[in-house]
Design a protein around this ligand. Structure first.
Ligand SMILES: NC(=O)C1=CN([C@@H]2O[C@H](COP(=O)(O)OP(=O)(O)OC[C@H]3O[C@@H](n4cnc5c(N)ncnc54)[C@H](OP(=O)(O)O)[C@@H]3O)[C@@H](O)[C@H]2O)C=CC1
Ligand SMILES: O=C(O)C1=N[C@H](C(=O)O)C[C@H](O)C1
Length: 272
């Protein structure tokens, strides 16, 4: 089988540059295009050079329709508006769309789901094996413990992160809620406590976010019960971790039938 031709969206960003490096260092895929925001000062720059590699001749462009003529997939770690704009073009072109962008709203996610009867989408708030295993374990532990155990999710990220709670924290919250058999809605979660908040809502899942420095991503889920506490956690040491996961997802999805897949599907963890 020939190499999968991949477009990196947000090619000038932190994840975009990392993805360019991972594609260059891996077998089975080649860089076919580098997408950046219209008006970006990086348009026209060489994607390889931006990623700290020798020039590869792929210039950053804002025209996904043109660059996707000869491509098989797109790795999309951008911003919600860009991802939503990319969804329709990726579906029209028959590209595997790997979506890592976080901060998506309910209606953004509905747009993504709406194309998955005809397009292959792999979407996850975290592309690492460890976090997806953690989510499976959290679901199981939440099922085993009743409401006398409060659930608190804490995440830390670098100072440039723009959304909170992180996509991973929400994914872990969904896992805990599924284990408990409740929806992760406003009635069952506590976000952004400040001031006289009143006592904790029984059964709610709490979220707290720390921002600073260069933290690639740190998440913990603590179950706080009568006289004991259990904490499960994951620490990402480098964002290469997420880029390797995204590439794995694209290669796995190439040739799959249309559908909305998760990283748990890619990693064979969906049944845990
Ligand atoms: N699921 C996972 O495993 C992971 C998810 N993420 C998520 O990925 C996203 C990106 O993170 P990160 O790389 O750190 O962020 P950056 O801000 O470094 O990168 C985002 C890039 O997208 C570009 N962009 C904005 N609009 C468009 C557009 N219309 N078309 C193409 N590109 C566009 C930005 O350009 P400009 O700066 O000019 O606006 C920027 O270069 C975040 O949502 C983050 O949470 C991150 C790591 C892992
Ligand atoms: O913005 C980041 O950096 C990260 N974002 C993802 C998230 O919101 O969970 C994944 C990872 O933690 C890094």
């Amino acid at each position: 089988m020939s190499d999968m031709r991949l477009i990196v969206a947000g090619a000038g960003g932190r994840m975009g540059r990392t993805l360019t490096r991972v594609i260059a260092e891996s077998k089975g895929a080649v860089l076919a295009g580098a997408l950046e925001a219209p008006g970006s000062e990086l348009l026209g720059k060489d994607a390889g050079v931006l990623a700290g590699l020798p020039a590869n001749g792929i210039k950053l462009s804002a025209d996904l329709w043109a660059m996707s003529k000869e491509a098989d997939g797109i790795l999309d770690f951008t911003v919600p508006a860009a991802t939503i704009a990319n969804v329709a073009i990726a579906a029209e072109r028959g590209l595997v769309h790997v979506i890592g962008t976080t901060g998506l709203s309910g209606s953004d996610n509905a747009v993504i789901k709406s194309v998955t009867n005809r397009a292959v989408v792999v979407q996850s708030g975290n592309m690492s094996l460890g976090v997806n295993l953690l989510a499976a374990v959290v679901k199981r532990v939440a099922k085993a413990l009743d409401e006398s155990f409060d659930i608190e999710i804490v995440e830390s990220h670098h100072r440039m992160k723009v959304d909170a709670p992180s996509g991973t924290a929400l994914m872990l919250g969904e896992a805990a809620a599924a284990g408990r058999g409740i929806p992760l809605d406003a009635a069952h979660s506590e976000r952004g406590r400040d001031g006289i908040t009143g006592a904790r809502k029984p059964g709610a899942i709490g979220f707290a976010s720390l921002r600073g420095g260069t933290v690639a991503g740190e998440h913990s889920v603590t179950f706080l019960g009568p006289f004991e506490r259990l904490t499960l956690s994951h620490l990402a040491e480098d964002r290469m971790l997420f880029a390797h996961g995204a590439l794995k997802a694209a290669l796995w999805a190439h040739g799959k039938k249309p559908g909305h897949y998760s990283m748990a599907d890619v990693l064979g963890l969906a049944d845990i």
